[in-house]
Design a protein around this ligand. Structure first.
Ligand code: 13P
Length: 249
């Protein structure tokens, strides 16, 4: 049985005090609620403060990116070892906003996935199509390719530590979510792709989330689907009550 995982991607929101009060509020309302694994992904600046509040609890902490080298003259970058140093459990890799605005490619995503795994940090790998790609009927091929390239040369034994997030780009921050059936179909295809490379057992173990305008009102529709193991939540993870409602779907 795969344990559902719901992660809040704060993107470039929340100062340290704001982040603290959000996490404190969520923890207070969800303590003792163990059915779902909950992960906070604040900006780098708030990671340490969030880790201080979640240390010793079942709540996880994730970064939103990393660089693939351990150290060196790479001004502005953060290494896997630095994330490990502050106790990061997860790291989001290849979010569509990074692919679109910061030149992330399938190749850099793969380098980052390998670097995260080598450092003992669990990657949350994002894949997803644009509206134009969807309308051109390219979704299936694109998602298959993104998945294969992200997982290139990964050891089969690492698969249980990997999370994939299917985030159709047209659904991100638009209020226009996908629907349960469509998301389930694409996520089923991702699982099939994993099975094709790593075998059925690995495909049954890997957790795959849906992301894109997830709200308290639509979370159940996604979580009711057999292939969907959780959600990567943007805007709705920034408020205590909406995030708690999503986790308690
Ligand atoms: P929204 O939930 O704001 O649509 O963002 C989704 C997302 O990009 C999570 O990574």
């Amino acid at each position: 049985m795969r344990k559902p995982i719901i992660a809040g991607n704060w993107k470039m929101y929340k100062t340290i005090p704001e982040g603290r009060s959000l996490v404190q509020g969520v923890i207070q309302k969800l303590t003792g609620y163990n059915e779902v694994e909950v992960v906070f992904c604040p900006p780098f600046t708030a990671l340490s403060a969030v880790k201080d509040l979640t240390g010793g609890t079942s709540f996880g902490v994730g970064a939103q990116d990393l660089y693939w080298k351990e150290q060196g003259a790479f001004t502005g970058e953060i290494s896997p070892l630095m994330l490990k140093d502050i106790g990061c459990d997860y790291v989001i890799i290849g979010h569509s906003e990074r692919r679109e605005h910061f030149g992330e490619t399938d190749e850099t995503v793969n380098l980052k996935v390998k670097a995260a795994l080598a450092a003992g940090i669990k990657p949350i790998i994002c894949v997803g199509e644009t509206l134009a790609q969807r309308e051109a009927g390219e979704t299936q091929n694109l998602i298959k390719r993104q998945t294969e390239l992200a997982l290139k040369d990964i050891e089969t034994s690492a698969i249980p530590r990997i999370v994939i997030a299917y985030e159709p780009i047209w659904a991100i921050g638009t209020g226009k979510s996908s629907n349960g059936t469509d998301a389930n179909e694409v996520i089923g295809l991702i699982r099939k792709t994993v099975a094709g490379i790593f075998g059925n057992e690995s495909a049954e173990q890997i957790r795959i989330q849906y992301g894109g305008s997830v709200k308290p009102e639509n979370i159940k529709e996604f979580m009711d689907q057999p292939e969907i193991d959780g959600a990567l939540v943007g805007g709705a993870s920034l408020e205590i009550d909406t995030f708690v409602k999503i986790v308690k779907y």
